[in-house]
Design a protein around this ligand. Structure first.
Ligand code: AVJ
Length: 325
């Protein structure tokens, strides 16, 4: 069976190419902010894959270790399911889950969702080769578009939505509440949600993970400006910005900044936007919240998703929560 590798969700290009309202908003604020989703053009997704291999960046390998130990138990707990992954990227860790589901089912479906078309298409083509018995199709779009699509396409059997890598950390508390509502809407009673979250830990470990010695995280952060340059005909000069990540202990979140080195103006032609930058001014490009496993279970319960089981590593650096609507 030949399956189109990608399904482009409604208005994907409109949302990403023509809109940019969120950029105008963020750059007109004081302090300036930019939405973290703009990290992920194809180059950004590539750089993120490199981050995942860094010695200082513990989340990916810690979560992968938990998954390799417990994937079979997760599959046993849910039984045969339609598998939907939000922000799948290269789907490397996903293989651990797909291997486990392949053991318990002979008609698996897997829908990875991502905003980077290049990486999504490549990973779907590879997975179709590796799992010929699966129906695999990438959904190209934002989380909002994907969850709206899923809510409009209920699956008669069970569905498991998974959201790994602590990508939830990019959302403010209000945004996560909204997001959990959208997840619940895309599930019917009895369906499952598997969430991977990075847990609170000492500041020095966290800051090292986001200020790596090889400068890959710095390149990833600066790449957001290149992305805006090509997507919106901008003229950000990457040499005028410096990367820094700090752990805000009070808010238990990493904050990634681009600090402006010299006063200058930037234009984004297709957004009709001209912005002044002062020397020493900074753009907040990302928050990466660090969570408490018990707290998170309570928040999920409030949204009607009850925890079935949690897993963590021996150091309790990362947690997985399986819940049911
Ligand atoms: C993909 C959002 C989970 O917050 O750790 C990695 C992104 N930023 N290094 C994270 C990121 C800097 C990552 N998430």
């Amino acid at each position: 069976m030949v399956i189109d590798p990608l399904l482009i969700l409604d208005n994907h290009y409109q949302d990403l190419n023509n809109d940019g309202e969120d950029i105008i908003q963020g750059l007109s604020q004081t302090p300036k902010t930019l939405p973290a989703k703009y990290f992920y053009d194809d180059r950004g997704s590539q750089l993120f894959e490199e981050i995942c291999q860094l010695p200082e960046y513990y989340p990916t390998r810690t979560e992968a270790a938990i998954l390799s130990q417990y994937a079979a138990e997760i599959a046993q707990s849910t039984g045969n399911c339609e598998l939907v992954e939000l922000g799948s990227g290269s789907s490397t860790k996903t293989r651990l889950l797909l291997d486990a589901y392949r053991q318990i089912s002979d008609d698996c479906r897997y829908f990875p969702i991502d905003i980077s078309g290049g990486i999504l298409k490549n990973s779907v083509l590879e997975l179709q080769q590796a799992y010929p018995e699966f129906f695999i199709q990438g959904l190209l779009g934002t989380y909002e578009q994907a969850l709206a699509h899923l809510a409009a396409h209920p699956w008669r059997r069970s569905r498991l939505i998974f959201f790994l890598g602590s990508s939830l950390g990019n959302f403010t508390p209000q945004e996560s509440e909204q997001f959990f509502k959208q997840i619940a809407d895309a599930l019917k009673p009895g369906d499952y949600f598997l969430l991977g979250i990075d847990l609170q830990k000492p500041k020095n470990i966290l800051e090292a993970a986001y200020n790596d010695s090889q400068g890959v995280t710095a390149a990833f952060n600066l790449n957001m400006l290149s992305h805006l340059n090509w997507r919106f005909q901008g003229n950000f000069d990457l040499n005028l910005f410096r990367h820094q990540a700090i752990y805000n202990v009070a808010d238990t979140q990493i904050e990634m900044y681009l600090h402006c080195q010299a006063s200058h103006d930037v234009t984004l032609e297709t957004l009709n936007l001209n912005v002044g930058f002062a020397a020493g001014e900074s753009i907040l490009t990302e928050i990466s919240r660090k969570f408490d496993l018990v707290d998170m279970q309570q928040q999920l319960t409030v949204q009607g998703m009850k925890t079935l089981k949690t897993w963590t590593d021996p150091q309790q650096w990362f947690g997985l929560i399986l819940c049911q609507r």
